[in-house]
Design a protein around this ligand. Structure first.
Ligand SMILES: C[C@H](O)[C@H](O)[C@H]1CNC2=NC(N)=NC(=O)C2=N1
Length: 76
């Protein structure tokens, strides 16, 4: 389960290098499109930090965020 703080689910994923991190981001991008739910995220070299919140509901955590988080975890 991703920790919830400040109305966001937040998790950092670490990879061996930038190429692996960016490949993961590509896979998450397609997943986000499939869910019609998109991450706030950042990447520094081999790390990808993802924050999930539902802006349509005023930036709170909803089941859409929990479902996308579970799907992202299944990618790794
Ligand atoms: C119209 C479209 O489905 C909505 O704007 C979706 C798109 N992706 C989204 N992503 C996130 N994180 N929150 C939303 O409320 C949201 N809304």
């Amino acid at each position: 389960m991703w920790p919830e703080e400040n109305n966001r689910l937040k998790k950092t994923f670490e990879f061996s290098d930038f190429t692996e991190a960016f490949a993961f981001m590509c896979r998450v991008a397609f997943l986000a499109e499939a869910h019609q739910h998109h991450p706030n995220w950042s990447n520094v070299y081999n790390k990808v930090t993802i924050e999930l919140t539902t802006h349509d509901q005023g930036n709170v955590v909803t089941d859409k965020d929990r479902k996308l988080a579970e799907a992202i975890d299944r990618l790794t």
